[in-house]
Design a protein around this ligand. Structure first.
Ligand code: MN3
Length: 252
């Protein structure tokens, strides 16, 4: 049986190798969102579009340990998320061979099968989710424009965390809780079922997802079992606010 270190090291080496061949798709990330919300061109943002393959996990499986255990990270990344990417590639080949970005699929998701919907959403959401975390930090909170907007919109950072946490605990079954920017560039909190997200043209909540919290049981069950609220409370300690701010500022 391999230990976590060997497993993590192999993962790192594999990721490093993958990193040398990964290419970002040369499309405007927010293009579809832009068209769908008739906002200014500035909304196009500066994030690379999401392709269909998995990007390397930006840290070892055990890097978030004591908030999210290594085994959960390994299964979540290498099994669940890998399966979304694989099925997405199949759906793209069958239904949308000329489409190059996941964002473009999401903006027109009503045109495609449920396989495309589940896996384009699953892939996009997880590619964001890995980058939205980092090793635990004390006093972990946003700064700058994002913090100012959170305080203005929700009253305080604590109140924001409470509302997003409630969106996660109250989502029945599997899904995601979101902080997103709507077409008027206001910050909003909401949740979606399954692997849906605010970029989908069929979603009840529409806009650009700034921060997403995975509340599927596969994200926390090994460590937290039925205690989803405890997982969410601890999760705030590993949110990568630098990346979340970058996402927010990309659509201002
Ligand atoms: Mn998941």
């Amino acid at each position: 049986m391999e230990n976590n270190f060997d497993s993590g090291r192999r993962q790192f080496i594999r990721n490093a190798a993958l990193g040398t061949v990964s290419v970002s798709v040369g499309l405007t990330a927010m293009g579809s969102f832009l068209e769908s919300c008739s906002s200014s061109k500035k909304m196009a943002g500066n994030l690379p579009a999401t392709g269909f393959g998995q990007q390397p996990l930006p840290y070892r499986y055990d890097a978030l340990e004591d908030v999210i255990d290594a085994k959960t990270m390994e299964i979540h990344y290498s099994k669940h998320a890998a399966a979304y990417s694989k099925a997405l590639n199949e759906a793209v080949s069958a239904e949308a061979p000329n489409v190059k970005s996941t964002e473009e699929l999401l903006a027109n998701i009503s045109k495609y099968t449920i396989k495309m919907r589940n896996n384009a959403g699953g892939h996009y959401n997880h590619e964001m989710f890995w980058k939205a975390m980092r090793p635990k930090k004390n006093d972990n909170q946003p700064t700058g424009k994002l913090m100012a907007a959170i305080e203005k919109t929700f009253g305080s950072f604590a109140e924001f965390k409470k509302q997003l946490g409630d969106a996660g605990t109250q989502r029945f079954g599997s899904g995601w809780a979101w902080l997103y920017v709507d077409a008027s560039k206001n910050l909003k909190i909401g949740s979606t079922p399954n692997q849906d997200n605010p970029l989908m043209n069929i979603s009840d909540i529409k806009g650009f997802p700034v921060l997403g919290l995975d509340v599927w049981e596969h994200a926390y069950y090994l460590k937290y079992q039925n205690k989803r609220a405890d997982y969410i409370t601890n999760w705030w300690n590993v949110v990568n606010w630098d990346y979340i701010q970058q996402r927010y500022e990309s659509v201002l």
